[in-house]
Design a protein around this ligand. Structure first.
Ligand code: IMP
Ligand code: MG
Length: 179
């Protein structure tokens, strides 16, 4: 059994909060008129980003949640994506923004964008708190990125390692001691 720990803090809580205020303003500025902005949170990793993002936005926000399969306890992607929980509501004709924790290889987000686009939203945008450009296997479009980071496995602020560390208010780099 290997034991994990936070090797370093990468992005502080204050840095995250400041960036989220900027992203919320960008989203609202890019959404003309007074139409609703329907945020689709990708569980579980996206929950904290969503919670802070919506509190930085005005009263045009509606929400829904979906869940897809992730890494399990490993830190490498399987390349396979499975829908674990679908949306409660139809997105047809709506102005939708996918809210994700991190884009790594891009496979998960590509899958999500494909299945959501097939449901005919009026508009489909994506907001990701973190991105690791060096790890990309597929070219996927992200409209709003919080921070580009180097190729580290990171945890905190919704992101986990075997379900641990999601509750941290900052992003840290994971360290693992092999037995
Ligand atoms: P992708 O399909 O390779 O882009 O991976 C996307 C998903 O993998 C994310 O939504 C995360 O759940 C998970 N993931 C990727 N990198 C990390 C990381 O550094 N820490 C924690 N989870 C990660
Ligand atoms: Mg995830």
């Amino acid at each position: 059994m290997s034991s994990s720990y936070i090797a370093t803090s990468l992005i502080t809580s204050d840095q995250i909060q400041d960036r989220i205020v900027e992203i919320a303003a960008e989203i609202e500025r890019d959404t003309p008129g007074d139409g609703l902005i329907h945020l689709v949170c990708v569980l579980k990793g996206g929950f904290m980003f969503l919670a802070d993002l919506i509190r930085a936005m005005g009263d045009r926000v509606t929400l829904d949640f979906m869940a897809v399969s992730s890494y399990g306890k490993d830190t490498k992607t399987s390349g396979e994506v499975r829908l674990l929980k679908d949306l409660d509501q139809s997105i047809e004709g709506r102005d939708v923004i996918i809210v994700e924790d991190i884009v790594d290889t891009g496979l998960t987000l590509t899958y999500l964008q494909e299945i959501l686009r097939a449901r005919a939203p009026k508009r489909l945008r994506t907001a990701c708190l973190l991105s690791k450009p060096a790890r990309r296997l597929v070219n996927v479009h992200v409209d709003y990125t919080g921070f580009n980071i180097d190729d580290h496995f990171v945890v905190g602020y919704g992101l986990d390692y075997g379900e641990h560390y999601r509750n941290l208010s900052y992003i840290g780099v994971l360290g693992v001691d092999e037995p």
